[in-house]
Design a protein around this ligand. Structure first.
Ligand SMILES: [Zn+2]
Length: 150
């Protein structure tokens, strides 16, 4: 998701249009392409900072919260869609949850809804709503870290 940090991994579902399923105690990244859309589960972006990442990799902090996003990518990968889909057109659904023990559950449910056409992803989420959601994630994330005494 970060073009300043080019990744050469051919298995990477962000750079290459392919599904990806990485679930460990300190890294969760699930990517599923459905037609013109991508469903992504990852660590809430506000929490994916290097310090917290380091604490997670040392097993000191578990991943406290996940973000589920549906993005519009057309025929591209997430990475390539940056040049074809304007930022404000990308996010079609966003939700946060802390079910880190079963990240596939909520993810797959969303994939099924998208495939079944029961979820309306025809319009982008307005920027103001994203910013508000982001603040919520950040506050919740900090609260979760508080629980770990950090
Ligand atoms: Zn990549």
């Amino acid at each position: 998701m970060n073009s300043d940090n080019p990744c050469k991994d051919e298995q990477c579902g962000v750079c290459v249009r392919r599904d990806m399923n990485v679930v460990t105690d300190y890294e969760i990244q699930i990517v599923t392409y459905v037609g013109d859309y991508v469903v992504m589960t990852g660590v809430s972006p506000e929490l994916a900072d290097p310090m917290i990442g380091m604490l997670q990799s040392l097993g000191i902090v578990k991943i406290p919260a996940l973000t589920l996003v549906i993005g519009y990518v057309g025929e591209d990968s997430v990475g390539d869609s940056k040049t074809t889909v304007p930022d404000e057109e990308f996010v079609r659904y966003i939700a946060r949850h802390d079910n880190v023990d079963d990240p596939k559950g909520p993810h797959d449910m969303l994939v099924e809804e998208l495939k079944a056409g029961t979820l309306d992803v025809s319009t982008p989420i307005p920027r103001e709503e994203l910013e508000e959601a982001s603040r919520e994630f950040y506050r919740d994330g900090l609260k979760n870290l508080d629980d770990f005494g950090l």
